[in-house]
Design a protein around this ligand. Structure first.
Ligand SMILES: [Zn+2]
Ligand SMILES: [Zn+2]
Length: 505
């Protein structure tokens, strides 16, 4: 759609090409919105009867015109009465472009195409292309009318679990932060029970009528969190948003979302919680960090959760730039399993001859003999098959899994149900999976892919359940690395801290 601008009572107003008539004397040529240098948004007309439906749909978001199921006439009427504004999608300063939706300003992440809508070379942002193409001529539409308020009477929390001492300490601090502009890091070891730590704080935010976002980089986490939050707050509208979700247009007081989906929000949430803040792709993608900040209000409370926060966040906590709290103990009160290191020679060479090292084989057999299931991590996808061929010579019910595996969810499900004995996996399962009686082996722990935080997360798969609080963790290696030693130190220091505090026995 093209636009023109006209002067009205001292204001420069936009008019869509379709609606410009002879009565409106336009001051600019009909053109792509990117060519109109400036426009105003009229003041709110209080007597105007605005559409509740549009308010519900658009409140707190910035959406493309084509994402809105309303006619341009209706939208434009709301603009003229000050309830909606049009935002330039891609800004240009000298030769530099800047995407309003995702914050991208890297020249190589913009491209142009011959656009039928604006009859010219039109620049679009490649960085956020998965959210529908945003180009220079497609304005973002934003609601600037009255905010949709949530009631704060009927939310009642249906969670009566008991928090461990570590959880309680963090939960109390979190509650204190609600309603402030505080940024908080909750550093909780794998298996600390961090979701439960959030309940009291969420409840506090609900009592203030706040809108709440629980964001995570990975879809799996969103899918896993949604039913738990819905169960704890059954009277609250809870919406979960991820690539494959059907609730994209729903509105909720609690939104559980991938960090990607937050790109559609703008200045909306009072409380932003970012789970697994060190996980891929959030950890390396600045536009997702941008999305989190943009989705929250300027005075939002922001809580970051992680078992392995990155250096930047840890430094900020150390110098007091952000508030932080650590939960070094698991909820069941027993220490984290410390990895054992086992040198196994040039295992790649072994594998080329068709066998995994004897030590690994023996260890696997021992685990199965004591009825434990096993995660066996390997450094890359192309090793899966040869490791599999070797393992299955001695053991039954063995499977492999990796990120692109079409049967991934099924295989993980089978493993959870105890139908598989050994699951050979890439780092894809380093996080987010809890199986009660499981041992963890890493073959080739010296590989670069196994960073300190990856190894801490991997080790964190073992001993999570109160029924099986211990679990074997073994790093099979061909030379110790600083990451391996770092992971061991990390886990040990958490155990020591928990012991000092009297939180583990
Ligand atoms: Zn973009
Ligand atoms: Zn265009």
């Amino acid at each position: 759609m093209k636009f023109a601008s006209f002067l009205y009572e001292g204001q420069t107003l936009l008019v869509p090409e379709k609606l410009s008539s002879k009565e409106v004397i336009v001051d600019s040529p009909v053109a792509s919105i990117s060519q109109i240098p400036y426009w105003d948004t009229p003041p709110v007309t209080p007597s105007f009867t605005y559409s509740k439906q549009i308010q519900r749909y658009l409140s707190g978001k910035q959406l493309l015109l084509e994402e809105l199921p309303f006619s341009i006439n209706t939208i434009y009427e709301h603009y003229l009465n000050g309830y909606i504004t049009f935002v330039k999608p891609i800004n240009q300063l000298n030769e530099r472009f800047y995407c309003t939706r995702c914050g991208n300003d890297k020249a190589n992440l913009f491209a142009s195409f011959l656009c039928a809508r604006c009859d010219r070379e039109c620049m679009y942002c490649r960085n956020c292309i998965m959210m529908k193409r945003i180009s220079q001529c497609t304005p973002l539409v934003e609601w600037v009318g009255p905010e949709m308020l949530f009631g704060n009477e009927d939310y009642k929390m249906e969670w009566n679990g008991k928090l461990s001492k570590g959880q309680k300490t963090a939960a109390d601090l979190f509650v204190k932060c609600i309603g402030s502009r505080e940024k908080l890091l909750i550093w909780a070891v794998c298996g600390a029970g961090k979701t439960e730590v959030l309940f009291e704080g969420i409840s506090e935010a609900l009592s203030k009528g706040q809108s709440i976002c629980l964001a995570a980089p990975r879809t799996d986490v969103v899918i896993e969190l949604a039913p738990r939050i819905k169960k704890a707050f059954p009277m609250v509208e809870v919406v979960s948003l991820h690539g494959g979700s059907e609730e994209l247009q729903e509105r909720g007081q609690i939104v559980i979302s991938t960090t990607h989906q937050l790109l559609r929000f703008n200045n909306h949430f009072d409380l932003m919680i970012v789970d697994e803040v060190d996980a891929f792709p959030y950890s390396i993608d600045d536009s997702l960090k941008f999305a989190v900040l943009k989705a929250g209000k300027n005075d939002a409370t922001v809580a970051y959760l992680s078992a392995t926060p990155d250096k930047d966040l840890r430094n900020k906590a150390d110098v007091g730039e952000i508030t932080s709290v650590r939960i070094p103990a698991r909820y069941h009160g027993l220490p984290l399993p410390v990895p054992a290191f086992r040198w196994c020679g040039n295992w790649r060479k072994h594998l080329k001859r068709g066998a995994i090292p004897e030590q690994v084989n023996n260890w696997l057999t021992e685990q199965i003999a004591k009825n434990s299931q096993v995660f066996l991590f390997v450094p890359s996808v192309n090793l899966l098959e040869s490791v599999f061929d070797s393992v299955k010579l001695k053991l039954q019910n063995v499977e492999t899994v990796h990120a692109e595996d079409p049967g991934r969810h099924e295989k993980v499900k089978r493993f959870r149900e105890g139908k598989t004995c050994v699951l050979i996996t890439t780092t894809i399962l380093e996080r987010g999976i809890t199986v009660s009686n499981v041992s963890v082996g890493v073959l080739g722990a010296e590989d670069n892919i196994f960073t300190e935080s990856a190894l801490v997360q991997i080790s964190g798969r073992a001993g999570r359940s109160a029924d099986y609080p211990t679990g074997d963790v073994v790093f099979f290696h061909y030379g110790k690395t600083s990451s391996m030693i770092g992971a061991e130190n990390h886990i040990q220091s958490m155990n020591e801290e928990a012991k000092r505090k009297g939180w583990i026995s």
